[in-house]
Structures are given as structure tokens and as C-alpha cells.
Design a protein around this ligand. Structure first.
Ligand code: CU
Length: 160
């Protein structure tokens, strides 16, 4: 009984060590792929806001990380609202989060039914065809300004 427990835990330690070695390795080899100043290179695409039907609105976009340095989306600001939050959706309920991971050589997808930007207490109600300016703030990368075109309330590019 005692001996069997020892064998099991040794296996666990070996597996854990292997995992640590692997992750250490990949971050070493990819660090050279970052921008010349060492910051992640982020590109935003597919941004839009569905025309709001209440005094709050959602924002959706994709952030692509073309570097080997992982980053985080930490906040969003806009003149449309003094309270712009970032939300995740779990079990069809949304809740505020502190940040979203943007994996190295990966992307962060903000899409309907999933993670999104949430504008609370809108100062004005943008209409389809308007543009809403926002600024994305990151843990490492410089802030990025994006114009969200306002689309129909039901707009969902992923369903086309
Ligand atoms: Cu939300």
C-alpha cells in the first residue's frame, strides 16, 4: 500500500517536471520573435458594435498576436461610456473579468455569445452606420485605437 503510493507520486513528479521543461523551452525559443522593442505585435480585425437596443452595448473584434510574446487585454476606454467592461460568458451568463489572455502566436476572439466588450450607461445611442472610437489597453503592448462600425442589432459575422 505504502509502496504503491510512492510509485504513483513519483510518476506525477516526472510528468510535472516534463511539463515545466516544455513550457520553459517554448518561451525561450520564441522570445526572439517579438518586436524590436520586445513588445507583442497585435493586430485588430473584424471589429463591430451591434446597434444598441438599451442603454448598454456590446463590442466584438479579434486581436491577433503575431509575436512570441503573450499579452493581455486589460481594459477598454471610449467616449461613449465611462464604464466600459470586459465580460466573459459562462453558462449563458456574462460576468466581468479583469483581463483576457492573448496567447503568443495566437488570437483573442471577442464574439457574440462569448467573450465581449460591454459598454455600460451609454451617453448617446449610436445608430447603424455610425462609428464608435475605442482604445484597447494591454499589459505589455501600446494601446490601440479602433473604430467600431455600428451594425444591425442582430449582426453576427460568424453565422454567414
Ligand atoms: Cu456583457
Amino acid at each position: 500500500m505504502n509502496r504503491r503510493t510512492t510509485v504513483l507520486s513519483t510518476t506525477a513528479v516526472v510528468a510535472l517536471t516534463a511539463a515545466l521543461t516544455l513550457s520553459g523551452c517554448s518561451s525561450d525559443s520564441s522570445s526572439g520573435a517579438a518586436g524590436s522593442d520586445g513588445k507583442p505585435e497585435l493586430k485588430v480585425s473584424g471589429a463591430f458594435m451591434p446597434q444598441p437596443v438599451m442603454d448598454m452595448a456590446g463590442g466584438f473584434l479579434t486581436i491577433k498576436n503575431e509575436s512570441g510574446t503573450a499579452d493581455k487585454l486589460t481594459s477598454v476606454t471610449s467616449s461613449l461610456s465611462d464604464d466600459v467592461q470586459i465580460h466573459e460568458t459562462k453558462n449563458q451568463k456574462m460576468q466581468q473579468v479583469k483581463s483576457f489572455d492573448i496567447p503568443a502566436n495566437g488570437e483573442l476572439d471577442l464574439e457574440r455569445g462569448g467573450n465581449h466588450i460591454m459598454f455600460m450607461g451609454l451617453k448617446t445611442k449610436p445608430k447603424q452606420g455610425d462609428k464608435v472610437s475605442i482604445e484597447l489597453h494591454f499589459e505589455k503592448a501600446d494601446p490601440i485605437k479602433v473604430d467600431l462600425p455600428v451594425e444591425a442589432a442582430t449582426h453576427n459575422p460568424k453565422q454567414h
